[in-house]
Design a binder for this molecule. Sequence first.
Ligand code: GLA
Length: 387
Amino acid sequence: MDKEFVKKHFVERFGCEGVAYASPGRINLIGEHTDYNGGFVFPGAVDKGMIMVIKPNGLDKVRAFAIDIDPKDEAPYVEFGLNEEDKPAEAWACYVFGVCREMQKRGVEVKGFDTAFAGDVPLGAGMSSSAALESVFAFALNEIYGEGKIDKFELARVGQSTEHNYTGCNCGIMDQFASVFGKAGCLMRLDCRSMEFEYFPFEPKGYRLVLVNTNVKHKLGDEYNQRRRSCEHVVEVLKPNYPGIETLRDVTWEMLEEAKALVPEVDYRRAKYVLGEKDRVLAVCDALEKGDYETVGAKMYETHWGMSKDYEVSCVELDFLAEVAKECGVTGCRVMGGGFGGCTINLVKDELYDNFVETAKAKFTAEFGHAPLVYDVVIGDGSRKLD
Ligand code: GLA
């Protein structure tokens, strides 16, 4: 991420200097589609993200420049007001607008500002470029207009509400949480029901984490929301008999079997994946404490095939990469993030790394006609001011 690059564009466009902020994308070791089910997740921020430069402009509108946007896709420069009816047409600008509105709803008097931003989290790769974008604006607006009065949990919720209310994705809290709270060298184990979390230093000796990007782009929307509804449906049908349950977090395997006759097969299968994933996250925590990476890896493969066959959020390219990883002796591999494209996350022994990366690139290219991109994972810091 290059701060000077964004600053230069800001000065060129607005003729003055602004202040720079950064927020990262994230990885997730395990615990996928568990966040909105009240379960555990295991994310970490990465060293890639969004850099944004901002300065109040004394007007009643935002003037925003998305440096990376190709004008063939959408207008990279947009102006919009700060009232509900001022929602811009450009998809990228809705994230910025949504954050402004959500901050206002929380009592922050956001006024007009100029901004330019750019990022190096690949879009649609399942590394949550959108959470990076939301978090960088939430963090900066809180400093500039809110005297820092909104706490970090609420800043994460600002991003999540932006997704719910302005982009149509009914996401959980994991991505925004990871972007705001990230810490170099640490994964975070977050209980999405209580929001308690702990930092978990992650330095697997002899192993590396590497992402392989299929370049199949995804935008989480209807498909994601449908999965969430299936989970909620299973909870609803069980409630009359178990009034205490709120999410799949509270549902046992026995209860799930009771629900089987009451819901469509697809809802049952999706809930089955989530219950399995709850168990896997706990098993992985346990294994990590013992330094047992073989178990961690085995659970990652289980997650992959659960996401593929039961939750149905994988795609042929991701399944192909999981198979190649297995053939190459990779310890763990699975689709990361919401799914429907994006990256696999791989836990690889140092000595197998070169062969795996080469083989994955060659086989994938032969099968699909384009090369996958490979990123070594570096676990970085969360939202912050840069100068
Ligand atoms: C997306 C959502 C998250 C989470 C993951 C799947 O990244 O934004 O809230 O549900 O998918 O684990």
